[in-house]
Design a protein around this ligand. Structure first.
Ligand code: XBP
Ligand code: MG
Length: 253
């Protein structure tokens, strides 16, 4: 196995629990502002997560859950406008600092930085949303810690397609065996595995029942020495939280 050179992180659900209290809330604010009576409750949003990407998710909602809505003739522009408003609301929510990073994320990123590992992001969410989350949790400088931020429409085919991970690897001039991915969802692992990456999963409320049979390690969280993880699949020896040594071990295995 090649030496581990880079960590590639998904954002939503992996770095922070942004879906339920971030994206979902922002979508609803945008709908309200546009005079629409659509309301995505927590349960419905769980079903809508089957489709990644906000614009794609709005279209999926109308095709599957709200077929009576009569689409305007300029439908694509209508969706783009709604989504732009959602992004504005989302970045405002992040600026309020309401959504913290998940346990262990900041520590692992710092460990990787101090050991000189390269860092990247591969996400389907809009670039402004990544900027908002990182700067409001890790500080303004943190954007520079990530050599590549692969996000949103940069590739046309979103997760579960492997394109976003393949794009990030190409930007870094790395082979998949030189990196490892961090994901939280079925669409995420389908994407990272199809790109040839070893993958560590940290589940969340929306993804706990997803099929992660392809994963190299499945945890409930990265955890800390005083906030230990539960191992759902994979080998961790006597470790109780995800540190860089365990990441390296999973990568080599
Ligand atoms: C994240 C997503 C995103 C966000 C919405 O998936 O599905 O679509 O929910 O973001 P992943 P935008 O964690 O697998 O990347 O509205 O900005 O598209
Ligand atoms: Mg995710």
């Amino acid at each position: 196995m090649a030496k581990l050179e880079a960590l590639i992180f998904d954002v939503d659900g992996t770095l922070a629990d942004t879906e339920r209290d971030g994206h979902r809330v922002a979508f609803n604010m945008a709908f309200k502002q546009a005079g629409l009576d659509w309301d995505w409750d927590e349960a419905l949003y769980g079903e809508l997560l089957a489709v990644t990407g906000g614009k794609e998710r709005i279209k999926y909602y109308l095709d599957k859950f709200n077929t009576r809505f009569s689409k305007p003739t300029n439908f694509d522009d209508f969706v783009k406008g709604l989504h732009a408003s959602k992004t504005l609301f989302y970045t405002q929510l992040m600026a309020e600092g309401r959504i913290p990073l998940r346990a262990g994320v900041e520590r692992l990123i710092n460990e990787a930085r101090s050991e000189g590992l390269r860092l990247a992001i591969a996400t389907t969410t809009t670039p402004e949303n990544v900027t908002a989350l990182l700067t409001n949790t890790l500080g303004a400088d943190s954007l520079g810690w990530f050599e590549v931020i692969a996000a949103g429409d940069i590739v046309p085919a979103k997760k579960p397609a492997p394109d976003i991970f393949i794009w990030a690897l190409a930007q870094m001039n790395l082979k998949p065996e030189q990196a490892i991915a961090f994901e939280d969802s079925r669409n995420g692992i389908l994407s990272s595995k199809a790109a040839g990456l070893k993958t560590i999963i940290t589940i969340n409320g929306y993804t706990a029942n997803d099929d992660f049979s392809q994963a190299d390690l499945v945890l409930d969280k990265m955890g800390e020495w005083n906030d230990i993880f539960s191992v759902l699949a994979g080998e961790v020896g006597n470790r109780t939280y995800l540190d860089l040594n365990l990441v390296k071990q999973i990568h080599q295995f």
